[in-house]
Write a protein that binds this ligand. Structure first.
Ligand code: ZN
Length: 420
């Protein structure tokens, strides 16, 4: 169904543990946006970035199964088992359920085939594929970067629906070839229809569905502008998402509760994914032209390497600053944070120096003054760090805090909305 770019987990040089935030679509279910000023704003592409247990490897691509997928697997198996029982009362109960399970497995093999087809085309363009994950809404192929041209986007996207159409054709032919073999016929009959539906649903021209990517590829080709194309595809995605939600509610009020709620839920999922892709573009535009030097604080707080943790904590309380460059003989030797200091038991603070808890200079992630702010923010997110020194010619010339970039983003986004 979806394919998208890798999502980084947010995290801290401060050593704060990172937690996966669900992303829908490129993979991500609308996480908190920058307009809420959430420090965990995500720059990854839309989409739930599901992880899960590993099934195996196909064409060198690891295939994962997210726990949420088990729900849908069970639902489909039960639906099929019941359906076969109604349609073929002459079969044994074991036959109903065995065929239900086998058909369900073949369906998910079809979904993997669909994702693999996106992946194979992506690989042709030297875009590496990190993983394929099955989750509650289908499959998700994660690629390491965006396509670099409209044509690439179009071809990677269309490969999925084409592969599903191909499978639909294959199952259709097998079903027609063995009309007398009831079991095979029943399974293939269901499989060709579901693959056809998969192809058609994915062709809906709304981001983040394949159809939305196809639309973006076309719009990108025509306008030559990736951002505008993304906005168009994301707008179409929101339109179709609302349509699905309304249709789901309508279904529910007409007695089809399960189907209606499910439809509305898929609509909601698509809505958040479409929104997120739009936010990506806004973020990128908002920070265009801003460099590390523009947003760094030139005031670099330092502490001597020999002070005790007790003294360090007092310094933090006195100044309110939670991270410091550690110096030895006037030269920077590391970075210490309140968080790392607190990893030492309270009773040892007086007799422990900050050296054992500091991060050595060589391991610090640093920015150069010319580095674009967006790149700095992305690195902070992927490395899970909250502050980064800016180093020029071996000297620390400033500090960047993630909060500062996020505040700037928030302000600019708000002003942008006022201006437009
Ligand atoms: Zn697809």
């Amino acid at each position: 169904m979806a394919w998208g770019q890798k999502d980084d987990e947010a995290g801290a040089q401060e050593g704060r543990g990172s937690s996966p935030v669900s992303d829908a679509g490129r993979n991500s279910a609308g996480g908190p946006g920058p307009n809420q000023g959430d420090p965990r704003v995500r720059l990854g592409q839309a989409g739930t970035a599901p992880s899960g247990f590993r099934l195996g490897r196909v064409l060198g691509i690891p295939i994962y199964v997210h726990p949420s997928w088990l729900i849908i697997f069970l639902l489909i198996t039960i639906t099929l088992g019941k359906q076969f029982a109604v349609m073929h009362p002459n079969w044994s109960q074991q036959q109903h359920w065995a065929l239900g399970i086998i058909t369900s497995i073949l369906f998910f093999a079809s979904v993997i085939f669909h994702e693999l087809s996106h992946s194979v085309v992506a690989k042709l363009y030297k875009i590496s594929v990190e993983s394929i994950t099955l989750f509650v809404f289908g499959g998700l192929a994660r690629i390491t970067r965006d396509p670099s041209s409209a044509k690439q986007e179009f071809n990677i996207a269309i490969a999925g629906p084409l592969s599903s159409l191909f499978l639909a054709g294959c199952f259709f032919l097998v079903a027609r070839a063995v009309p007398n073999h009831q079991l095979v016929f029943a399974a293939c009959n269901w499989l060709w229809e579901i693959n056809l539906m998969l192809a058609l649903f994915n062709l809906v021209p709304g981001f983040p569905l394949d159809g939305g990517r196809i639309l973006r590829g076309i719009a990108w080709g025509i306008t030559g502008n990736f951002d505008r194309a993304t906005k168009i595809a994301s707008g179409a995605g929101r339109f179709f998402a609302y349509l699905l939600i309304f249709f789901g509610v309508w279904q529910a009020f007409n007695g089809n509760w399960v189907g209606g709620v499910w439809t509305a839920f898929i609509g909601w999922f698509l809505l958040s994914a479409a929104r997120e892709s739009y936010v990506q573009v806004e973020l990128r535009n908002t920070l265009t032209g801003v460099r590390a030097a523009d947003i760094m604080s030139r005031d670099v707080p330092t502490v001597e390497r020999n002070i005790s943790i007790d003294d360090y904590v007092h310094e933090v309380m006195r100044t309110g600053r939670r991270f410091h460059i550690v110096t030895g003989a006037g030269k920077p030797v590391g970075l210490v944070t309140l968080h790392s200091a607190r990893s030492v038991p309270r009773e040892e603070w007086a007799n422990t120096s900050i050296q054992p808890v500091m991060m050595p200079f060589e391991r610090i992630h640093a920015a150069s003054p010319e580095e674009p702010a967006l790149g700095v923010l992305q690195r902070m997110q992927s490395e899970d760090i909250n502050q980064m020194p800016v180093i020029s010619e071996g000297r620390i010339v400033g500090m960047i805090a993630r909060d500062t970039i996020l505040r700037l983003l928030q302000t600019r986004l708000q002003l942008g909305h006022l201006a437009s």
